[in-house]
Design a protein around this ligand. Structure first.
Ligand SMILES: Cc1cc2nc3c(=O)[nH]c(=O)nc-3n(C[C@H](O)[C@H](O)[C@H](O)COP(=O)(O)OP(=O)(O)OC[C@H]3O[C@@H](n4cnc5c(N)ncnc54)[C@H](O)[C@@H]3O)c2cc1C
Length: 281
């Protein structure tokens, strides 16, 4: 586990950050950039999350969605679904947010070196995958083809629209987007994200797949990828459960023999396959 500010910071102690920028991505989703006046940069692995302390409301786990190379800030993309997320996305520039972490396992990016990389995202699931995409694009020569498959509920729910277009212009990179409901002006794909598999130009047997989205999407995606020749241990999933401490003490996020907060949130499909589809174990 890497710590945000210094290795000896108490993982239970929120560090003071302030809001530098808030960008509206969709009607209910916002990207917040936080900065700290403390010395030392922010280090995290793509796929890790922080516990964000919203004063007077509570604390919640949110994945880091920014570029790991930008050490002077922490970036989060938050969908407003309840009281804590609603209050968080309503923060004004300069207001304070407490940050613990980063916590959890990262995407095993090094394992993907020399191979094709398949990114599969559903909805807000693109947020924890964006640092991985940055990592691959910053080190393009180390990886094979990069294929990004992204599904959202409707065109107005698509995150990072400008970046999706910019990524599609990179060499050896393919970006395919689909929506559940297209509406009159949508000319793109309609259907669940797995319907895009047939258009992906990569060698499944040698690829590593990284998926994040609703659990049912990941379950079907992993099953489909396996039939297309990907080994179970080369399919990585980001799991989500309600959590409190984020360091494996409280047991809130226990899922079978695993604590999602410290053993995950990233797991290989071979470890998750027996558990997937069961919310309580
Ligand atoms: C490791 C991890 C990373 C996450 N990363 C992000 C992220 O990058 N961006 C983001 O927007 N959200 C993320 N979440 C989910 C986020 O933590 C919850 O949406 C938030 O805690 C809800 O709090 P609330 O008070 O706003 O809503 P609540 O009032 O607590 O809940 C509103 C609704 O959301 C559901 N819900 C609450 N918490 C969760 C949860 N953890 N998982 C699934 N459903 C939940 C509730 O059942 C309810 O239906 C992540 C969760 C985890 C565990």
């Amino acid at each position: 586990m890497t710590m945000a500010i210094a290795a000896n910071v108490d993982p239970m102690l929120p560090q003071p950050y302030s809001v530098r920028q808030v960008v509206k991505e969709t009607p209910d989703t916002f990207t917040l950039t936080l900065e700290s006046s403390a010395a030392g940069g922010n280090r995290f692995q793509p796929g890790q999350f922080s516990m964000l302390w919203v004063f007077g409301v509570g604390e919640l786990p949110i994945s880091i969605s920014g570029d790991p190379a930008e050490r002077d800030r922490l970036v989060y993309t938050v969908r407003s679904v309840g009281q804590a997320t609603q209050t968080l996305v309503s923060r004004e520039v300069g207001e304070a947010v407490g940050v613990r972490g980063p916590f959890g396992t990262g995407w095993p990016v090094e394992k993907a070196q020399g191979r094709d990389v398949l990114v599969i995202a559903g909805g807000i699931g693109l947020a924890p995958l964006r640092p991985l995409i940055y990592e691959v694009l910053h080190n393009r020569e180390k990886y094979g083809r990069l294929v990004i498959l992204y599904g959202a509920r409707s065109p107005r729910d698509l995150l990072y629209r400008k970046e999706l277009a910019a990524w599609a212009r990179q060499r050896e990179t393919q970006v395919l987007v689909t929506v559940d409901y297209g509406g009159l002006n949508w000319r793109g794909h309609v259907g669940v994200v797995t319907t895009l598999f047939k258009y992906a130009r990569l060698q499944p047997a040698g690829s590593l797949a990284f998926a994040c989205g609703p659990e049912i999407m990941m379950r079907f995606a992993a099953r489909d990828l396996e039939t297309r020749g990907l080994a179970r241990e080369n399919i990585c999933l980001s799991m989500e459960r309600n959590m409190k401490c984020a360091v494996g003490f409280c047991g809130h996020c226990q899922y079978g023999p695993h604590f999602i907060c410290k053993d995950g949130p990233i797991f290989s499909y071979d470890r998750m396959r027996p558990l997937l589809g069961r919310y309580e174990l």
